[in-house]
Design a protein around this ligand. Structure first.
Ligand SMILES: Cc1cc2nc3c(=O)[nH]c(=O)nc-3n(C[C@H](O)[C@H](O)[C@H](O)COP(=O)(O)OP(=O)(O)OC[C@H]3O[C@@H](n4cnc5c(N)ncnc54)[C@H](O)[C@@H]3O)c2cc1C
Length: 308
């Protein structure tokens, strides 16, 4: 590919938040080779770069990014026997559906998580008790500092709750992956995909301007776990309680700063309710953190990535 470097490209429409200013430099990549070229271009020009894939877990600053934004898009995938191989920019739901048409599954509960498979691996995305970490994945990544390409088996990926080796070591850019899936009946698999998507819609609105859960569910002391369990009649998992519950109990559900609001339906979704700015979202996030800390002594940490 010959790199197509553009200038002053609006980024807000490329994010689910629909917030943020333009990229000073911008390019699309699909393949590992495209990624190599883009990174090399930035290196040669001594320009910093940032990866933007599905844009469903990022907040772009109002002033934009004085960098090269490498937008990972579409890419190819193939299915052979029980193995699906895909470029990092493939849409996760599209892959899940394609696998199921080939009688392969086991990851249907991830259906409906917006964004790309690369983004999902980086954040160990998960829903309804299934996470990327549960899949037998083999991930290929490029180290932009050394130009090394390496294959990581699942055990090398450092997966934990919303964490991975790649999140902790951002010099490694995920370029593609292979996942070994289970043999399933297409009809059952499609049914589970549709059920999962409907369940997501029912629990909280999916078609909104947000980045999903803004904060990670924090590990809390036993006394707070007990409060949660008594209040909700649910067991806390891995010593964590939902950030949304803490936000609600701290009186921050529905609180608004400018056009940014903590969703009434799912308080851990900070929603762009019109023309919110990144500044509004950050101010709202800070007031939520302060309120939760004041009430529970718990520090919330962002799951959404504030690009800078
Ligand atoms: C309505 C809604 C519902 C959501 N529900 C869920 C849910 O149920 N579970 C869940 O886990 N998440 C959920 N999310 C969050 C989001 O969809 C996931 O985090 C998703 O996996 C992000 O993928 P992306 O391609 O959009 O990444 P982006 O938002 O583009 O990027 C996120 C981060 O990953 C980095 N990155 C992206 N691609 C790569 C790559 N190839 N190599 C290295 N780094 C990379 C970026 O630089 C950035 O730091 C939801 C979001 C929305 C808007």
């Amino acid at each position: 590919m010959t790199l197509d470097i553009r200038h002053n490209v609006p980024l807000a429409p490329l994010t689910t938040f629909n917030i943020g200013g333009p990229a000073r430099y911008f390019t699309y990549v699909r393949t590992e080779n495209d990624m190599r070229e883009a990174v090399l271009w930035a290196k040669q020009k001594s320009i910093d770069f940032v990866i933007l894939s599905g844009g469903s877990n990022v907040l772009i600053p109002d002033e934009g990014l004085n960098k090269l934004v490498i937008h990972v898009i579409k890419g190819d995938f193939s299915i052979r026997e029980q193995s699906l191989t895909a470029d990092a920019g493939c849409n996760l739901l599209k892959l899940i559906r394609a696998a199921s048409e080939n009688n392969l599954g086991g990851w249907e509960k991830l259906a409906g998580i917006p964004g790309t498979i690369g983004g999902a691996i980086r954040g160990n995305a998960g829903a309804f008790g299934t996470e990327i970490k549960d899949l037998p994945v083999k991930v290929r990544a490029l180290n932009y500092k050394t130009s090394e390409i390496k294959e990581f088996q699942n055990a090398d990926c450092g997966f934990a709750y919303r964490r991975s080796f790649f999140k902790d070591n951002p010099e490694w850019i995920i370029t593609n992956l292979a996942v070994r899936l289970l043999k399933v009946a297409e009809v059952e698999s499609i049914r589970l995909i549709e059920y999962t998507i409907a369940e997501r819609e029912q629990r909280h609105l999916q078609n909104i301007q947000a980045a999903g859960s803004y904060f990670m569910n924090p590990i809390v002391p036993p006394v707070i776990q007990e409060l949660f369990e008594n209040d909700k009649g649910l067991k806390s998992k891995e010593n964590r309680v939902p950030a949304g519950w803490l936000i609600e109990r701290a009186g921050m559900k529905g609180v608004k700063v400018g056009d940014a609001i903590s969703s009434i339906q799912h308080p851990n979704y900070l929603v762009n309710d019109g023309n919110a700015t990144a500044k509004d979202v950050k101010q709202l996030a800070q007031s939520i953190k302060d309120a939760v800390h004041a009430k529970f002594g718990v520090n919330l940490c962002e799951e959404a990535v504030i690009l800078s």
